[in-house]
Design a protein around this ligand. Structure first.
Ligand code: CP3
Length: 347
């Protein structure tokens, strides 16, 4: 039976209920910057085998629990995980990231995609269940997925891109085909996130990492509607939805109509403005520039406090970075940030 987490600071902050202090977790908190992660990664061989191996993936998910003392654990997986089920073939190449063997090149390729079968990702459900048990339900376990636009961009681009040229040309030349692809992905993600919630995820985060490359008009036409549909189709009890977008400054007012409980923003927006615009109708997550973690400790402390002060003593803020931790960061500095936020945000 699924148990409600004992430390529920993240859920309370997400629902804007009173908190004793600001909860903190960090995007990419289990990653290569930890020597313990690198050991697990070596054992697995490659990254895909790593996230499919329940025992190893559970161990990776738990690393920040013991080493950092964060207030939530995000399951160790990837946004591309469900795409194999619909027939996308990809590998993670060292130093390059994901590379697809069969990117989407024409509208016909969309018709050829297979049906999503949640059985193909049953390992994700087992990871969520096992993590909950391992920590005796002490912390919320966060499930996640990529947003339809970001996943479509990977499928068309075939790899990480600087300008998303292929994606945008496809979108402009075949807007209906592009929307068909977004629809297909949205249906898949509804099933995928509902499965994660049913397996015990206490919150879910939607990563729209690449939507910030769109114009506000294109964001409203292509990226936002599928997210609204996704969020409104989730069967949840208390589990908040966190909506993350990188580069959101140009269309933040649109983003906050998605229906999420929490809006996760990068450092290019002022958290004070975010608070004003949200106006008590949702919570926010973020938004320290990850680069601050390369600086000396007094700088880390100063910049963390600056962000805490921008939100003030009200509930409704989850501390995080504006984007993920980098492989060459110092574990000591990351741990220092967690300690500072816990200490300095006490009400
Ligand atoms: O946050 C966490 O700790 C949970 C795990 C997690 C990973 N990827 C692990 C990972 C999460 C939430 C993701 C999401 C993800 N994956 C996103 C959205 C967030 C973001 O960064 O904007 C994106 C765009 C991806 C796609 C992806 N996966 C890329 C571009 C790469 C290569 C870049 C890199 O850092 O090597 C990956 C691989 C990946 N995903 C790694 C990890 C720990 C590195 C794999 C390794 O070599 O060990």
């Amino acid at each position: 039976m699924k148990k409600y987490p004992k430390n529920d600071l993240l859920i309370r902050a997400a629902k804007r209920k009173p908190v004793e202090r600001t909860p903190i977790w960090l995007m990419r908190q289990a990653g290569r910057y930890m020597p313990e992660y690198r050991k697990l990664r070596e054992k697995a061989g490659d990254f895909k085998r790593f996230y499919k191996d329940v025992e190893l993936a559970v161990k990776a998910t738990l690393l920040p629990y013991n080493i950092l003392g964060v207030d939530a654990l995000i399951i160790f997986s990837d946004i591309l995980t469900p795409l194999e089920s619909i027939g996308m073939k990809f590998e993670f190449k060292e130093g390059e990231g994901p590379v697809f063997e069969n990117p989407i090149e024409a509208v016909d390729d969309i018709e050829k995609l297979g049906e999503f079968d949640v059985e193909d990702v049953s390992f994700v459900g087992r990871i969520i269940e096992e993590v909950g048990k391992e920590i005796n339900y002490n912390l919320p376990v966060i499930g996640f997925c990529g947003a339809p636009f970001t996943l479509a961009a990977y499928m068309i681009e075939g790899r990480t891109s600087r300008d998303f040229k292929k994606t945008k040309v496809f979108m402009y030349e075949n807007p209906d085909g592009f929307k068909k692809l977004l629809d297909k992905l949205t249906d898949m993600l509804i099933e995928y996130l509902n499965f994660q919630i049913k397996s015990g995820a206490d919150a879910v985060q939607i990563f729209d990492s690449w939507a910030g490359y769109l114009s506000p008009d294109d964001y409203r036409e292509f990226a936002l509607p599928p997210i609204k549909k996704l969020i409104s189709s989730l069967k949840r009890d208390y589990q908040p939805v966190i909506h993350f977008t990188k580069g959101v400054a140009g269309f933040f007012e649109d983003m906050i109509t998605s229906g999420a409980d929490v809006y996760s923003v990068d450092w290019m927006v002022d958290l004070k403005d975010v608070k004003e615009k949200i106006n008590g109708k949702a919570a926010a997550q973020g938004n320290l520039d990850p680069i601050v973690l390369y600086a000396e400790k007094d700088v880390i402390k100063r910049e963390a406090i600056k962000i805490l002060d921008k939100w003030g003593d009200d509930t409704g803020h989850i501390f995080n970075l504006g984007h993920g931790l980098m492989p060459d960061m110092s574990v000591e500095n990351v741990k220092f940030l967690v300690d500072v936020v816990k200490e300095e945000s006490r009400r």
